[in-house]
Design a protein around this ligand. Sequence first.
Ligand SMILES: Nc1nc2c(ncn2[C@@H]2O[C@H](COP(=O)(O)OP(=O)(O)O)[C@@H](O)[C@H]2O)c(=O)[nH]1
Ligand SMILES: [Mg+2]
Length: 413
Amino acid sequence: MSDKPPPEQLTVALLGKRAELRNIIGNMILGSNAFNTESNILVVGETSSFKIINTPDFFDEESLLPDQHIIDLMALSHPGPDLFILTIDPENTQEVDVVAQISKLEHTFGEKITEHLVVTLPDMESFHSLGHLKEIFNIWLAPDESMASECRKWCSDRDPFLYDYKNYSQDVVTKRKTALEKILEKQRCGGDPLCHHGRAGNIANGVPNIFNIILLGLTGTGKSASANTILTAGDCDLHSGQLFKSEPSSMPVTTQCEVKITMKPFGAPVRLVDTPDFFNDQLEHSQAHVEECKMYCQPGHCVVLLVLQLSRFTDAEVGILEKLEDKLGWKIRESTIVLLTHGEDLEGSLEEFIDARAPLKNIVESCSNRYHLFRNTSDNKKQVFELIKKIPNYNTRFPKLTDKTFISECFVC
Ligand SMILES: Nc1nc2c(ncn2[C@@H]2O[C@H](COP(=O)(O)OP(=O)(O)O)[C@@H](O)[C@H]2O)c(=O)[nH]1
Ligand SMILES: [Mg+2]
């Protein structure tokens, strides 16, 4: 137990084989999108609360510079980081692979590293099957929005890790520290890829700047169920605690904005924002919920899914788009897709269905004819891919998402 208070700025060494996973976790802790590089270089991201040293996989057998990366990590976190986070990728969740990576870390930095190590696992299955390793080091299921506070909690009762210099020369490390600090200082706000400064304008309204999908609509239309359909397209092993609460009820089940960040199936982090029905009389503090929603629902940073139940278009939904625009303060129709649920109720073609209902047709046309049909009772993942393809500029937003990657990410389960 430490008798010193933890430092204002915690230093975290971020390790792991896959850059995209390290980036997601680093961004989540920093609350920005400071890390976006795929190349195998060491990147530092900083806010007043955290300094994150995002380190390429120095155990990669093809790495030409493993010692250089290790020395740079040691120099930048001298005399030792507060925390090491090892991100495990989906291909290496077997116990033997996880233990092999940790053994290499022990070999490089000494056995005491496990006392300062958090291992993040990418899915529920490995989280359960490796639960017994918790006795040795902490295990988290990633990504999770509470990571920054978890890191702080984790560091609050222990002193930072201190490097010993069995394998590397202290003299070399401290010389490198001086050199790197000079380089970083010069580049701090210069846009150089070696330094992504977490404070450099990446935070909009205090909300980390990642793409948002916001589900809006009346109670019971299937907002939460549709958000779950999207989430489970990437990972069908999610347990109920990881999903949005969705059930038949005339009372609002979702009573506040709820957020989950997911990487799959988009190939990039996306925040799903489930909302309560702002027009439901039984919703308390509805203006506060609208204000919260506004933080995520900003032009250029989101797509809105206006959720309507296919065969239950009600009078209350006539004019809903205008009413929502009034509340949110901008023309959300520019970024809205009308999402019809209960797809199994459709007889005939969806186009004919919409054409035959003037108020619905009117909404769809206001949204530049972007509409989609979900059957939330089905686990057909293709319906999710087809929806994603209707997001304006989806291919520049999600450049990694192709038919092929979608299928390999989603159809494994
Ligand atoms: N059969 C069927 N039920 C659905 C569909 N979408 C939603 N539901 C059900 O409708 C009910 C209300 O859905 P929910 O997502 O909680 O609505 P919300 O209030 O808009 O979040 C739940 O029981 C869902 O299971 C669908 O496509 N088909
Ligand atoms: Mg709901």
